[in-house]
Design a protein around this ligand. Structure first.
Ligand code: PLP
Length: 254
């Protein structure tokens, strides 16, 4: 009897993010996304949230020491091919994560700069934005802000058209990330337009609008999917295109 060839091992992606008790966003959404896209998942939990679609009821932030301990335990054992960063909650967490990434240097880092929940709750303290800007952005391969997050990171008003989105993407590039995916999901545009801004230029991705109502976790799924495709060896623009297709397909089933 011939032995079937062994399947190539799945790449492992690390999610550093918060927990969403209802599973639609955060670390739970990330793990489901990795698994759907053929990647294995490891986690560093930054905070526990008690929430449902009506709102966030309570948040408990992990200590910076606990974040660093989880990160080191993962990197000491696993070959991490990409890291996805989501809810980082506090300045001490941002600094612990930046320190860990500096020491471990994973091949790809995707940062979804989560600031508020769709229901309005604050998921990143206001004082943590400065350390995200100075310590984390230079370590990031792909930053995936929505328009409100881009505006906060730059200290400017929200973009309202594609030209402003592209200009803000270029301004964010100057802060250190290798690429910026400006997500126009909340813009008053005819289509859902995202712009991938890199030093080589700007690439446009458009998709039809999908009504999501109070659904949260769309940013988590998109950034986790980009990380999964990068871990599988895709070039960034292909990873973004595949991740958008995965998000559209996932939303259609919800
Ligand atoms: N991370 C956690 C733990 C959350 O609870 C949320 C939203 O509630 C998010 C991230 C951000 O979700 P979204 O993808 O809707 O921006």
């Amino acid at each position: 009897m011939s032995v079937p060839p062994r399947a190539p091992p799945m790449p492992t992606v690390l999610s550093i993010a918060g927990s969403d008790s209802c599973g639609g966003a955060g670390i739970q959404a990330d793990l489901k996304t990795f698994s759907a896209l053929g990647a294995d998942g490891a986690t560093v939990l930054t905070a526990v949230t008690a929430q449902n679609s009506a709102g966030v009821r309570a948040i408990q932030i992990m200590s910076a020491d606990m974040v660093a301990a989880q990160l080191d335990a993962v990197f000491d054992e696993l070959d991490i091919r990409a890291v996805k960063l989501g809810m980082l909650a506090a300045t001490a967490t941002v600094l612990a994560v930046a320190d860990g990434l500096n020491r471990r240097r994973p091949p790809h880092v995707v940062l979804d700069p989560v600031m508020t929940a769709t229901s309005g709750a604050l998921l990143l303290s206001e004082d943590a934005v400065a350390s995200m800007r100075s310590h984390l952005l230079p370590l990031v391969d792909c930053l995936t802000p929505n328009l409100a997050e881009a505006a906060v990171l730059l200290g400017v008003p929200c973009a309202t058209d594609e030209a402003q989105m592209a200009a803000q993407g270029r301004a964010l590039l100057a802060l250190g990330p290798r690429a910026v995916l400006m997500k126009g999901g909340h813009a008053p545009l005819a289509e859902a337009v995202d712009l991938l801004v890199t030093p080589a230029g700007t690439q446009r991705f458009a998709a039809r609008w999908v009504e999501t109502g109070r659904l949260h976790g769309t940013g988590c799924i998109l950034s986790a999917a980009i990380a999964a495709w990068l871990a599988r060896g895709a070039a960034l623009a292909d990873a973004v295109a595949q991740a958008k297709a995965h998000l559209t397909a996932t939303l259609a089933c919800r």
